[in-house]
Ligand binder design. Structure first.
Ligand SMILES: NC(=O)c1ccc[n+]([C@@H]2O[C@H](COP(=O)([O-])OP(=O)(O)OC[C@H]3O[C@@H](n4cnc5c(N)ncnc54)[C@H](O)[C@@H]3O)[C@@H](O)[C@H]2O)c1
Length: 275
């Protein structure tokens, strides 16, 4: 199986790594090729040391790396996953260029975390071969891939995408193209309501998080998670969802104040928690 990944940054290198581990030949198209290769090699080595051999039996990091090529998307790729920065214009250009290289039957996917799949497909000649494959960070560890389809996505393209996710040992969910897909839409809403509860003095951040961790078995409470993701990132997504989906996503005052004060969460040492 031949897979191409465009963009070998944090997400693209993880996506390349898991396809290598699953036995695929992988080409990564990335201007900073050496840095991307090093990231993938490091990821494979870590996975190997953790698992005592990579997940798929008999595949060593060394052998997996022999199937990695840095370079342009090959014409015979059966799956292309785009993971360049979250810039709609850049993504539209990259996707159209990739589409012009690959066979008519290949599957073209984007790993966008927020852009409309329908709007991205406007740049394509074959929107029926296109869908969102939303991986989570860190890719080798996270078990979910959200598959996002438009009205134009062909049924066989979705079935093939489900097959690729299964091959990686991950679980897919299917979501119709809509702002925030399933994960961000629900996760952000919970986070915003938790912040409103802090603002209203309903409970302390620690108590809200403990309530969800022990009462609902969430691995991490919504306030702590916001601090980890970055409150500026949370605010940007909330503003986008507010514009698209209406007032229930309105960012709370306390979130705007923290971002304005530079209290962005773990990365600045202070958010709702002191880190
Ligand atoms: N970081 C996350 O937690 C996360 C989670 C899910 C989805 N995403 C999405 O994945 C995509 C990539 O995010 P990331 O965090 O890996 O970003 P990143 O900045 O780590 O990686 C982007 C890579 O693309 C490369 N690139 C830039 N221009 C390019 C071009 N013209 N051709 C090929 N490569 C090019 C960059 O050199 C860089 O290595 C974005 O759409 C983002 O929204 C990110």
């Amino acid at each position: 199986m031949k897979v191409a990944v465009i963009g070998g940054g944090r997400m693209g290198s993880g996506i390349a790594q898991v396809f290598l581990t699953a036995g695929a030949e992988v080409t990564v198209q990335e201007p900073e090729a050496e840095a991307a290769r090093a990231r993938i090699a490091k990821g494979l080595a870590i996975a190997e040391s953790k698992a005592g051999g990579t997940r798929t039996a008999g595949v060593s990091a060394e052998e997996a790396l022999t199937r990695l090529t840095m370079g342009p998307v090959p014409e015979d790729a059966e799956l292309v996953v785009e993971a360049v920065p979250e810039d709609p214009k850049l993504k539209a250009e990259i996707l159209a260029e990739a589409e012009s290289r690959i066979a008519a039957g290949a599957v073209l996917a984007t790993n966008t975390s927020s852009l409309s799949i329908g709007e991205l497909s406007a740049a394509l000649r074959r929107p029926d071969r296109f869908l969102g494959m939303h991986f989570f960070n860190p890719v080798p560890v996270q078990r979910l891939v959200e598959l996002i389809v438009t009205g134009a996505t062909a049924a066989d393209v979705l079935e093939r995408a489900k097959g690729y996710v299964a091959l990686l040992g991950k679980t897919s969910v299917v979501v119709r193209d809509s702002p925030g897909f399933a994960t961000s839409r629900l996760g952000v809403l919970l986070g915003l309501e938790a912040m409103r509860m802090v603002e209203e003095g309903v409970a302390a951040p620690e108590d809200i998080d403990t309530a969800m961790e022990l009462g609902y078995n969430h691995p991490m409470g919504p306030i702590k998670l916001g601090d980890l993701v970055g409150l500026d990132v949370r605010l940007a997504i909330a503003e986008y969802l507010h514009a698209k989906l209406g007032p229930r996503f309105e960012p709370p005052r306390i979130l705007r104040e923290k971002v304005a004060a530079g209290e962005l969460g773990r990365k600045t040492g202070k958010g709702f928690y002191t880190w």
